[in-house]
Design a protein around this ligand. Structure first.
Ligand code: TGC
Ligand code: FAD
Length: 398
């Protein structure tokens, strides 16, 4: 049978890092965020981040730049915050984490874990005092939920706040706290007679100390600390008035996990791009290693996971912007995208051979960082069980 239909030329193929043109789903404003953050990362982060990772230091000089781009608390409204869409916030996380997970962590903790609870549950006075400065980067925040013996199960926390005549007495300690020793204000979750409550503890408050955790082999360009509270006296006004119970801290985690679902794809994209480039230029057995079928199979699987993860992140953002996001959907995306990213990073590492273990290339840095990302904000296993509970109705935690 013949047909008179004219033959159409196939559409041109987008770049290998965005084979499904997921970026076409972005609005003009979101594309501007992508381009601005991407060029900041290229010009200001990539030249220095390997050295910071090696020295185990956080590039504090970047805080003002992150603030200048409106990235601190960017998805919050009012009080000096940018009020951007959830998708724009996600895009920023993806671009930042293409630089380093430590940079995205800083922004996640500041905006989603420290500023969000103040915005959502703080008094007007707390919002006025902290949020504009935190958005401007002149005040840094941290989030203290985890304790040495209360990680996946934060309800086991031992930190307590007891009422005094004029306020509260805080006792206990927190472990693995991002930005802990650089923070001007710590959002600390503690047990009270009225359930778990959040407290704003300012640096320099007598009895409050922070000590950095050393010898980390992951997330080295990020500060991680222990916080200690030894009979810390707090005024009544230090308590977040509008939330009690585990809903308080767990609702903050939704915000940060959301950013991680996007961010992990940035780290994955950077690893994939490094592997593609290396595959084209590295020659072995008289040909580029990208010409070997085994290398192509690796790259094909990586490219597919990247498309899938970025589509999931974008859909998650759309649901959030529509006010239809359920925490289980966040768990699905955090779990799936971090797993995809770590698999991509490990596979990219193999393509780079011995060069893959050095800081001359970004891959092993991302790969090691992603070990933390897999664990924090709910381990892979915790998110598996959250999904399992949603699917079956059976709660594996209790
Ligand atoms: P359950 O005791 O049943 O629930 C308690 C209350 O909380 C509510 N809730 C949530 N609300 C909002 N969003 C969520 N995602 C929520 N999950 C639970 C729940 O409705 C209930 O409310 P109410 O009013 O009825 O009392 O707790 P659960 O069984 O749901 O949760 C158990 C489990 C294991 C899932 C939870 O404890 C958990 O997520 N554990 C993981 C702990 C974790 O992720 N820690 C992260 C610490 S912060 C961090 O890692 C920062 S890294 C930062 C960086 O550098 O980027
Ligand atoms: P555990 O809870 O002891 O888990 C150990 C293992 O047991 C994991 O594989 C876990 O999945 C598994 N496991 C536990 N329970 C179950 C179960 N019911 N079923 C199956 N398996 C289970 N916390 C903060 O509060 N603020 C921060 O800013 C912060 N920043 C961090 C930064 C870094 C670099 C890191 C590494 C951690 C950070 N954390 C922070 C802590 C992080 O949230 C915890 O490490 C995480 O919640 C896991 O707790 P854990 O390390 O005590 O592991």
């Amino acid at each position: 049978m013949t047909t008179n239909q004219p033959r159409q030329a196939p559409a041109s193929l987008p770049s290998s890092s965005d084979l499904y043109s997921v970026d076409d789903l972005l609005s003009d404003d979101e594309r501007l965020v992508r381009d601005t953050v991407r060029s900041m990362v290229r010009e200001r982060v990539l030249p220095i981040i390997g050295d910071h990772f090696e020295a185990a230091t956080f590039p504090r000089e970047l805080i003002a730049e992150l603030a200048g781009l409106g990235l601190l608390g960017m998805h919050l409204k009012g009080y000096g915050c940018a009020g951007a869409t959830a998708v724009a916030y996600g895009v920023a996380c993806e671009e930042l984490e293409a630089g380093d997970s430590g940079l995205r962590s800083f922004v996640s903790v500041q905006g989603s874990l420290a500023m969000f609870p103040i915005r959502a549950y703080g008094s007007e006075q707390q919002k006025q005092k902290f949020l504009p400065e935190m958005a401007a980067g002149t005040m840094v925040g941290c989030f203290g939920l985890t304790e040495a013996d209360a990680g996946s199960d934060p309800t086991a926390m031992r930190t307590t706040a007891t009422r005094t005549g004029s306020g509260w007495l805080l006792n206990g300690s927190k472990m693995w706290i991002t930005n802990g020793s650089v923070a001007d204000v710590a959002v600390v979750w503690a047990k009270t007679d009225d359930g778990v409550r959040g407290f704003l503890v300012e640096r320099g408050t007598p009895g409050f100390t922070a000590a950095d955790i050393h010898r980390k082999l992951s997330l080295r360009a990020s500060v991680t600390s222990e916080l200690h509270f030894d009979s810390v006296e707090l005024p009544e006004s230090a308590m977040l008035p509008d939330v009690s119970g585990m809903r308080g801290p767990l609702s903050c985690l939704n915000e940060a996990r959301y950013g991680i679902a996007w961010g992990a794809m940035g780290a994955a994209r950077a690893c994939f791009a490094a592997a593609v480039e290396y595959g084209k230029t590295r020659r072995m057995f008289d040909r580029p290693i990208g010409g070997f079928q085994l290398t192509q199979a690796k790259l094909a699987t990586m490219a597919t996971s990247l498309v899938q993860g970025r589509l999931v992140a974008h859909r998650l953002g759309t649901l959030k912007d529509q006010g239809r996001l359920h925490p289980v959907q966040v768990s699905l995306a955090k779990r799936a995208n971090v797993r995809a990213a770590i698999d991509i990073a490990r596979e990219a590492r193999t393509i780079l051979g011995a060069n893959g273990i050095t800081l001359e290339y970004p891959v092993v840095r991302h790969m090691n960082n992603l070990e933390s990302v897999l664990t924090y904000e709910g381990t892979e296993e915790v998110h598996t069980l959250i999904l399992g509970k949603a699917i079956t109705g059976e709660d594996a935690f209790s």
